[in-house]
Design a protein around this ligand. Structure first.
Ligand SMILES: Cc1cc2nc3c(=O)[nH]c(=O)nc-3n(C[C@H](O)[C@H](O)[C@H](O)COP(=O)(O)O)c2cc1C
Length: 248
């Protein structure tokens, strides 16, 4: 897959719909996170009740489909960040992604209790057998990325290798170090096993270039996009960040 530049808008549940994402000049935009089955949608409703933002759809897959229809013909590479309590939810989302030539990103990152309780998000990092099954089946239908979180008691080298062996073509790593910014060593480690999107605390050319220098093929950001609508324009002034890249 050829990415038109090295920049990616990272998922933000309840925020990254197409209306929001289309304003940014990243070559790759990830919509969602979305909940792909009934149980994960119920967890989303609970999270909203305690003040979190979530996309709530009466029919999860139709809701995601509408978003992809809106993004069609934008010329950008589109991803959908997905949580599901069931394998069927991931399969439906992967089929949908394939129908729209989009990428599916399996959310093994979210740490909200409502989702952990039902085996979604970060809990998949501690149930790698399940994660492998999800990636194997998802990658039969669509190009699959797995979004992981750093800073946990996990062997990231082994985890990454098994994610790539299961068929994922990229790992999106939120290299978060609690209260310390980004863990570039983790980006390096995961990059040694395959192609990586480096994420966490990217806010300017310097921090974005550090991700690339640590081995990431692409760089993503989320929070900075909420503060500066021109952030990607600014990053694209840099030749490396603006350059095309092929990820196989
Ligand atoms: C409001 C908000 C909602 C988020 N929702 C999701 C989500 O649904 N799925 C996901 O994988 N990451 C989600 N994230 C995490 C971001 O994609 C990103 O990994 C994290 O914020 C670190 O990157 P940053 O330092 O550029 O913000 C969310 C972040 C924020 C701030």
């Amino acid at each position: 897959m050829i990415f038109p530049n090295r920049l990616c808008l990272s998922a933000m549940a309840g925020i990254n719909d197409w209306e929001f994402a289309k304003k940014f000049d990243a070559g790759f935009v990830i919509l969602g996170g979305f909940n792909a089955d009934r149980k994960s949608m119920e967890a989303g409703v609970k999270a909203v009740k305690r003040g979190r933002r979530e996309f709530i759809f009466s029919d999860p897959i139709s809701g995601i489909k509408k978003q992809l229809e809106n993004a069609l013909s934008s010329g950008k590479i589109i991803g959908i960040n997905i949580r599901s309590a069931t394998l069927e939810g991931y399969i439906s989302a992967a089929r949908l992604a394939s129908e729209f030539n989009a990428v599916i990103e399996i959310n093994a990152h979210c740490r909200q209790p409502e989702f952990l309780e039902i085996g979604c998000g970060q809990s998949l990092l501690f149930n790698q057998e399940k994660l492998v099954k999800i990636v194997e089946i998802s990658s039969k239908y669509a190009d699959t990325i797995v979004k992981i979180r750093g800073g946990l008691k996990v062997d990231y080298g082994l985890l990454s290798q098994s994610i790539f062996d299961s068929g994922a073509f990229m790992i999106h790593v939120d290299a978060m170090l609690p209260k310390k910014g980004a863990d570039y060593k983790l980006v390096r480690k995961v990059s040694e096993t395959g192609s990586v999107i480096g994420n966490n605390s990217v806010r300017d050319v310097e921090s974005a270039r550090k991700m690339i220098e640590s081995g990431a093929k692409l760089v993503s950001l989320a929070r900075k996009a909420l503060q500066d609508k021109d952030i990607f324009k600014k990053l694209l002034m840099d030749d490396i960040l603006a350059s095309k890249i092929e990820v196989v």
